[in-house]
Ligand binder design. Sequence first.
Ligand code: NDP
Length: 240
Amino acid sequence: MKYALVTGGSRGIGRAVCIKLAEMEFSILINYKSNRVAAEETKSQIKQNGGTAVLLPFDVTSVVEVEKVLSEWQAAHSEEYISVLVNNAGIRRDNLLFWQSDEEWKTVLDTSLNGAFYTTRALVRYMMNKKFGRIINIVSISGINGMAGQTNYSAAKAGVIGMTKSLALEAARKKVTVNAVAPGFIETDMTKDLPYDELKKIVPANRFGKAEEVADLVGFLASEKADYITGQVISISGGL
Ligand code: NDP
């Protein structure tokens, strides 16, 4: 059985990635923080399509929880390992920098950047030992170009991009690839409060993207066909 862990797999892009990877015959570990109902819905959609999935709740910001849950999973599956990790959990707490609170800054970095570090550190050694692995980090156009009101979010995503590039160099010889996917505006809960009609005008494709479109790209990077792609940041943004 091939296993894939998707952090933040309960909703939005994470859910679409879980469904896509299940179609590719991965057994899915659906991580989420608190929305069990949504995580169950992801699981039931996978099961309806004939796939397999279990829920694996933990808070990616807690190194103690991440290490406990993942080491327990590993102990219960001593012959197996998680060969695909999608670091997708993320939050927005937008504010102009001079109004930004310590909490807004810290919680966004803790989720995207520290969370990706904790999960990756817990799993990458198994991938390297087995000489196959895929780490796919969901970042953002905001981490490449910057976005007013998102200094915390941009810093977190730019940090993950740096981590992606350096880890790719460490892991390439062990046949573990590490890439980042940088979406523009995607229709999910994260963007539902944004003024769609105004913002779509700044997107050359004149629309927001769909979570399934991001999932197709993640699926390709997770596949064996993407063996020679590592250390890259691939945008999916309708030209933004
Ligand atoms: P959603 O808000 O729809 O979903 C966020 C997911 O992250 C949920 O599954 C949530 O779990 C989980 N999550 C949040 N905090 C934690 C935590 N501490 N521990 C574990 N899980 C957590 O977001 P999107 O699907 O829109 O975004 C997914 C990723 O894509 C994020 O990294 C985001 O930054 C990035 N992105 C999104 C864009 C967009 O336009 N939507 C654009 C660019 C990047 P729960 O359900 O339990 O709350």
